[in-house]
Structures are given as structure tokens and as C-alpha cells.
Design a protein around this ligand. Structure first.
Ligand code: 5MM
Length: 381
């Protein structure tokens, strides 16, 4: 098998075109690929039983909002079960998305597993049969995939062992996806647990990205056909110091600038336990650094900018919790609340779309759970 960077040019063109569509102007990704256990945690908070049918009903609510959210959402990441589920009208969810111009993606990792010989560090499972699964998922309508590895910050971590292992696993996954004409979203998530400050968070982010891009290069991954999914650079969740959204945006873009090659079409951020509003405001601050926000013509003449983006990659969202917290609370498992919940999803999608342009006015689009802290201890399943 040739390395992905030597794939035929039509395959590379297809991969690059999918990746670029996923980060098209004003659009981002809805991460709705929670594994069964994780859905159970969310459902228990709203008093809904974690059954296959309730998961289908909830995902149906998300997917059938497609006609409204399509201007803001380029892709939806599904869990394997969801890829094969249908609406009440017997239409596959994947077809509902496709008919509205939204690309279907799939979570292909099989979850985290302890990394032997480390203190609480992990690797991610799922490589063994990945090639066969990817070939099937592509046939069944998935054009992109996601694989999440996690790293944690403490006095002793991340260890070199964890950095190398997770980078290699992500690179093998990415290579296998590309061989199957699937765009891999490469997700090395540094968890927010800890009392570390912003500076420590930034240096760890840089170290992780160094390892990941070295491995992607070693494994011959075709960079114009991937997306990077990563955390914003935030202080640890128990850090005693406060940082502004501008500090967070500066630390995040600094870490990315020094480590992410220009060939990567986009960086899609996870929300990482931030409230819906914080995630949107921080995404907005990040994108405010991407370009001058003068308006065309008149203002351009005043500031003399040529409106060239500051960074070579698009900076958008691939939020899970920060797109769904209000939806879940509004829905609460009730048929009569489906429309209300769809409205909450639409509002969050619009807010985040504005944030990808640096045009979101904080507090301007309130939602049910906009300010609820969505931190999950040990987001390790
Ligand atoms: C949506 O949740 C994804 C799947 O989670 P589990 O496999 O842990 O159930 C998850 O990978 C998610 O995409 C990332 O954690 C980012 O989500 P947040 O909620 O941080 O935006």
C-alpha cells in the first residue's frame, strides 16, 4: 500500500475538496457522535432513559434540523449506530443530511484504554479492523471520520511515552482513512483537568502538536486531506488565575501558528467543557485575530489592510457539548418540545457561525443553557 501522500491525484483531490467543504466560510461541524455511555450521562441529567429508541429520537431531532442549520453546519459526526438509523418516515439520517448539503462523518475510534506503565494516561482503541470498517462506512455515506486521543496535564504528564503512542495511533488512523477516501479529523485533546496556567497549557499544546505532525509526516499522511480537531488553549479548570478571552485567543493562535503546517485546510475546535457561550465567545476572539474586521470599501480605505487572513488555515468549531446542552435541556425527552429544542440548536449554530467570522456579539443569542459549565470530570470514555 502506498503512503497516502502518494495516492492517485483524483483521490487527493477528493480528500482536499471534502476537507475544504467542511471548513467553508461561516460553517462548522456538529459533533453528535457520543458513545452509548456518554449519551447515558447526558440523558440521565434530563431524566431520559438511555435506550436505542430514545437515542434515535434524539438524533432524529438533530438531523431533521438540517434544512435550517445547513447555512451554518457543514458536517455532522455520527456514532456508528446512528449511521444506520432512520427517521420516523423511514429515511436514513445520512440521506437527510446529504439532501440538505451536509456531509456525514463517523466516529471510528473505539474509545480510550489505559496506557500501561503510566499514571492515568491513555491510548485509543480501534485500529485492528479499521481498514474494513472505513471501506464500509464510505460505501454507506460517510465522507469524513473522527478519532479522539486524550492527553492530560500534571507535574509528570504528558509523558513522552503517551505523546509518542497517541501521535502514532492518530497517524495510523489518518493514513487508513485516506486510503479509503475518507477525510480524517485528527483529534489530540489535551484535557482541562488541573490547576495549570495558560502558559503551561500552551507549551503542552505545542508539544502535542509537534509529536502529532511529526508522526503524520512519518506515516505519509496527505495534509491537505485532513482536519485538526483540538482544544482551545485554556487554563486548567482549577487554575486560581483568571485570563481574558483575548489571552485565550492569543495563546491558542500562538500554539497553532508555530506547529500546524499551512497545508492543513482547517482547525476545528472542540468545546472541552466550556459553557456554550464561553466556547462561542472564545471562538469569536480567535477569529477576530484571523483578519481585520473593517467592513468593505470605506473602512478598507481608512485602515489600508488588504484583508489577508493572518493564519493559513480556517478556524472553526466541531463542538459536542457546546452545541447540544441547550438542545438536550429544551427537549427533555418530550415529543411536544422537539420544535423548541430544534430552535435552540439553530440559535447555537448561528452564534458559532458568526464567531467563525469574528462577528459574534457576546450575549446576543441567549439559549437555555448558554452559561452552564459543561465540564465533565474524567472525560475519558
Ligand atoms: C460528541 O462527543 C464525542 C464522542 O465522545 P465519546 O466517545 O467520549 O462519547 C467527543 O469525541 C467529542 O467530539 C469531543 O470530546 C469534543 O466534544 P466537546 O463536547 O468537548 O465539544
Amino acid at each position: 500500500m502506498l503512503p497516502s501522500r502518494n495516492l492517485p491525484s483524483d483521490v487527493k483531490t477528493e480528500l482536499n475538496s471534502i476537507a475544504k467543504k467542511l471548513v467553508a466560510n461561516g460553517k462548522g461541524i456538529l459533533a453528535a457522535d457520543e458513545s452509548v455511555g456518554n449519551v447515558g450521562k447526558h440523558f440521565s441529567e434530563i431524566g431520559v432513559e438511555n435506550t436505542t429508541e430514545n437515542r434515535r429520537l434524539y438524533r432524529q431531532l438533530l438531523v431533521t434540523t438540517a434544512p435550517d442549520i445547513a447555512p451554518y453546519i457543514s458536517g455532522v459526526i455520527l456514532f456508528e449506530e446512528t449511521l444506520y438509523q432512520k427517521t420516523d418516515n423511514d429515511v436514513l439520517f445520512v440521506n437527510v443530511l446529504r439532501d440538505n448539503g451536509i456531509i456525514a462523518g463517523i466516529k471510528v475510534d473505539k474509545g480510550l484504554s489505559p496506557l500501561d506503565g503510566t499514571e492515568n494516561e491513555t491510548t485509543t482503541l480501534g485500529l485492528d479492523d479499521l481498514d474494513e470498517r472505513c471501506s464500509k462506512y464510505k460505501r454507506d455515506g460517510a465522507d469524513f471520520a473522527k478519532w479522539r486521543c486524550t492527553l492530560r496535564i500534571s507535574d509528570k504528564t504528558p509523558t513522552r511515552k503517551a505523546l509518542l503512542e497517541n501521535a502514532n495511533v492518530l497517524a495510523r488512523y489518518a493514513d487508513i482513512c485516506q486510503q479509503n477516501r475518507i477525510v480524517p479529523i485528527v483529534e489530540p485533546e489535551v484535557l482541562t483537568e488541573g490547576d495549570h496556567n495558560l502558559e503551561r497549557s500552551r507549551t503542552v499544546a505545542e508539544n502535542v502538536l509537534n509529536h502529532v505532525f511529526a508522526a503524520l509526516s512519518d506515516f505519509g499522511v496527505y495534509l491537505p486531506g485532513i482536519l485538526l480537531k483540538t482544544q482551545m488553549v485554556l487554563p486548567g479548570n482549577t487554575c486560581p488565575f483568571k485570563f481574558t478571552t483575548e489571552d485565550i485567543a492569543a495563546a491558542t493562535t500562538e500554539a497553532l501558528s508555530s506547529r500546524v503546517p499551512a497545508a492543513v485546510p482547517g482547525v476545528v475546535f472542540l468545546s472541552g467543557g466550556q459553557s456554550e457561550e464561553d466556547a462561542t465567545v472564545n471562538l469569536n476572539s480567535i477569529n477576530a485575530l484571523q483578519s481585520c474586521h473593517c467592513k468593505p470599501t470605506a473602512d478598507h480605505e481608512r485602515c489600508k489592510c488588504d484583508n489577508t487572513p493572518a493564519f493559513p488555515w480556517k478556524l472553526t468549531f466541531s463542538f459536542g457539548r457546546a452545541l447540544q446542552a441547550s438542545v438536550l435541556r429544551a427537549w427533555s425527552g418530550k415529543k411536544e418540545s422537539v420544535e423548541l429544542a430544534k430552535g435552540e440548536l439553530l440559535k447555537r449554530c448561528r452564534a458559532n457561525s458568526l464567531a467563525t467570522q469574528g462577528d459574534y456579539e457576546p450575549g446576543s443569542i441567549p439559549t437555555f443553557a448558554g452559561n452552564v459549565n459543561l465540564y465533565t470530570a474524567n472525560h475519558n470514555y
